[in-house]
Design a protein around this ligand. Structure first.
Ligand code: TXA
Ligand code: MG
Length: 316
C-alpha cells in the first residue's frame, strides 16, 4: 500500500512542489537538484528571486556535503540544536544551485524536527528547499489546513499542527580574520541566550552579532502580515490615548477591535500566534490589537516580538 510518505516522495521526484510539515511552520518543498521545482517554489509563493530559500537535510553529513567548509562551530551548534529550529548559513559549494541562494555565496540549511519530514528526507536521501508555505509577505501556515486554504491544488503531507509555531532562528557563520563570528539574521525560539550557553559549555568565545540580513525579506518591514490591520502598542501610561489615536487613524470603532492577549508562556505564545492571527482575520473584527508588556522584551520572547512587530500595520 502506498503511504503518504511514498506519495510525497513520488511527487517530489516528479519535480513537483508539495506542502510539508516541520516543527516550526509548514514548508513548500522542491528538490534542490530540480531547477523546474525550484522555479515552481518561487512562482507558487509569488516570491521574488532575491529572497534565498532554506535547504532541508536529514543530518549533519548531508548539510556538510553542501558547504565549502564545515567548521567546528557548525558541528557544536548542530550537535546541540539539530534536528530543530536552527538554520545555519554557511559558504556553499557547487552542489547548491544559485537560484536557492539568490546568487549569494552562502546557503541556509537545517534539519527539521518532524517525524514525517525526517522519514521523507530519509526515503529521498536528498535535500529539498522549502520556504514557508504561504504567499510572499503573508502569515506562515502552522496547519495543513492553512496551506490548503492558500494553495488548494497542492499535495500536502499532513503532519498535524506545528509545535514551535514560528520560523527557525537563522544564524550566519562568517569568517573574519580566520575566526568565525556568529550573526543572528532572524531570531526564533532558539534564543541568543540558548546559543550563548552552548558556546560557553564548549569553551568557545565566538562573538555573537544581531544583524538583520539586508538580503532577507524576513528583515523587510511588512512581513508575516495577517489579513486584518494589526495594531501593536506597548503598555505605558499613554496606552489608552495611543489606542484612541490608532483607531482614529484607521477609522475603526473601539468595539471593532479584537485584542489578542499573548499567552503567558513564550513557547505557547509562539505556537498559537499565527493560528490566532488567521482565526481573528476571519472574524468580523476590523482590526487586531496586541499589547506588549515589559516581560515580552526578555530573551526568550525575541523571536515572537520580532514577528509581531513585522506583522503590524500600526504604528507605521
Ligand atoms: O522554520 C523555517 O525556517 C521555515 C521552515 C519551512 O523550515 N522556513 C522558512 O523559510 O521560514 P522562508 O523562506 O520563509 O525564510 C527564509 C529566510 C530568508 O528570508 C532569509 O531571512 C533567511 O531565511 N535566509 C535563507 N538563506 C539565507 C542566506 N543565504 N543568507 C541570509 N539569510 C538567508
Ligand atoms: Mg517565510
Amino acid at each position: 500500500m502506498q503511504t503518504e510518505i511514498d506519495r510525497a516522495a513520488s511527487e517530489l521526484k516528479r519535480q513537483q512542489v508539495i506542502g510539508i510539515p516541520t516543527e516550526t511552520v509548514y514548508g513548500l518543498a522542491g528538490l534542490i537538484d530540480s531547477e523546474i521545482a525550484l522555479n515552481k517554489i518561487f512562482s507558487t509563493k509569488e516570491r521574488p528571486f532575491f529572497d534565498p530559500l532554506i535547504v532541508h537535510v536529514k543530518d549533519q553529513e548531508m548539510a556538510a556535503g553542501l558547504c565549502e567548509e564545515w567548521p567546528k562551530l557548525a558541528q557544536v551548534l548542530t550537535n546541540a540544536f539539530w534536528p530543530g529550529p536552527l538554520t545555519l548559513v554557511l559558504n556553499k559549494n557547487e552542489k547548491v544551485n544559485p537560484i536557492i541562494t539568490a546568487g549569494l555565496p552562502q546557503v541556509g540549511i537545517r534539519v527539521p524536527n518532524h517525524p514525517l519530514t525526517l522519514k521523507l528526507l530519509d526515503k529521498l536521501n536528498k535535500p529539498f528547499a522549502a520556504p514557508s508555505a504561504n504567499k510572499f509577505k503573508k502569515t506562515s501556515p502552522t496547519t495543513a489546513e492553512h496551506v490548503r486554504e492558500e494553495f488548494p491544488d497542492l499535495y500536502i503531507l499532513d503532519g498535524g499542527p506545528c509545535e514551535v509555531g514560528i520560523e527557525s532562528t537563522v544564524v550566519g557563520l562568517n569568517k573574519v580574520n580566520d575566526q568565525y563570528e556568529l550573526v543572528i539574521y532572524r531570531p526564533g525560539m532558539i534564543s541568543s541566550d540558548d546559543i550563548n550557553s552552548v558556546l560557553k559549555k564548549n569553551n568557545l568565545n565566538t562573538k555573537i552579532v544581531q544583524k538583520e540580513s539586508p538580503v532577507s525579506p524576513g528583515a523587510m518591514e511588512h512581513h508575516y502580515m495577517p489579513a486584518l490591520p494589526l495594531i501593536v502598542l506597548e503598555n505605558s501610561s499613554k496606552f489608552e490615548s495611543d489606542l484612541l489615536e490608532a483607531l482614529h487613524k484607521l477609522h475603526i470603532n473601539q468595539d471593532e477591535v479584537y485584542e489578542l492577549v499573548l499567552p503567558k508562556e513564550a513557547a505557547i505564545a509562539a505556537r498559537s500566534l499565527y493560528k490566532d492571527l488567521r482565526k481573528i482575520s476571519k472574524s468580523n473584527a476590523k482590526a487586531i490589537l496586541i499589547k506588549i508588556y515589559k516581560h515580552h522584551h526578555e530573551k526568550n520572547w525575541e523571536g515572537i516580538l520580532n514577528r509581531v512587530y513585522k506583522a503590524r500595520s500600526y504604528p507605521r
